[in-house]
Ligand binder design. Sequence first.
Ligand SMILES: Cc1ncc(COP(=O)(O)O)c(C=O)c1O
Length: 444
Amino acid sequence: MTFIIFIHRPFTMLMLSNKDTYICKLRKHKMKPKNNSWKGISTVAMHANGNEHDSDAHLVPIYATSTFTFPTAEEGMERFKNSDKSQIYSRWGNPTFKAAEQTIEQLETFRLKDSAGEQLQVKALLHASGQAAMTTMFMSNLQAGDAILSHYSLYGGTYELMHKVLAQTGVQTIIEDLRNLESLEQALKQYPKIKLVHIETPANPTIQCVDIEAVTKLAHHYGKLVTVDNTFATPYLQQPFAYGVDFVFHSTTKFLNGHGNAIGGVLLGKDIEFMKTKAWKWYALLGGNSNPFDAFLLSQGMKTLEVRMERHCSNGLAIAEYLQQHPAVAHVNYAGFASHPDHATCMKQMKHPGPMLSFELKGGLAAGKKFIDALKMCVRAVSLGTVDTLISHPASMTHFGVSAEEKAKYGITDGLIRMSVGIEYVEDIKDDLDQALQTSQLSK
Ligand SMILES: Cc1ncc(COP(=O)(O)O)c(C=O)c1O
């Protein structure tokens, strides 16, 4: 017996026999990335994942399922053969992850062209955390006997991953001042085993900036890969693929999500074949996959990236200027100041200097503790990139695992305070800082 079935949107007429009626149930997920001809990055952030979802849902559904059914053995075989593994088993991929991945791919390549003048293509893999994405990035590119060259100002977890975990696998880490191109070239010549140069810019917590273009040119000249941690900047402020880097990494926990409600990380690579094979294999075998709920939250958070970043940045500038002139403050690290050693690099590669800054109080650690304890609105917490202002103490928190000697060498002094400036009304942030700074200078 044969039925004629009309399925609304997409208008499809199927001639089905009894045994084929499963086709009615299986409406294949339709997240086709849109052709990116949009003029504004906010449009990309909102529409990049196609907006056509099962049951005509407006938002991407949360596919809370560990596994996916195969209507036939043949369809199962096809999915295994296909490089898109988002409908087999959620450690291998999942449609909710895929929606977020497509958005990040398009944000990081917004208006970028490849050597043939076509829209640059990259592939993203969404992970459970920044640390998981970084592990995939390093482990899939390096093996025992290889070395990483990096700058000294790095997120503490990255530093520890390199020196504790990668060291155990026989991968050495060499640290140089990558702002100094002579030191970079000397290291590249001296250590032929360097396979990869890793940059974090702006860097945590000193807000140092490394010249992505100059480092990439030199590293590529010596046949090395370049990886960039773009967490502090986001693709709205800085697009490392514009300078030809090989991999871009984010802790999506931060500005990409923006609301502090999910941990996540993403690895993007421009060698699509490598990303679909080796990087995907390491991702799947290490088990660093995201989860549908966090991926959903990330997709929603990214939609407001541009408006959030604009306000974060204007507040960041206002707060940096406020702190700079305050009599209780000894020093402010903010890359937007002409006096910052990396100001020119920051302005060359970033749209705005960003909302991250650090500062030192007159009175060092003791004054810093009083200041942090006196805060009434700004939040005492590690992490960064949430809509509200977060204040932390790197020496005892994010960089606790870095030795005292290394911290001193790299400018992470005991009195340093790090601030992720939020998008509150800026006068309220100033008022809270004002009363806490006054308290910090009291003798008791
Ligand atoms: C610059 C930077 N990279 C990587 C990470 C690690 O990310 P996650 O905490 O999401 O694992 C962090 C976390 O603070 C970070 O600030």
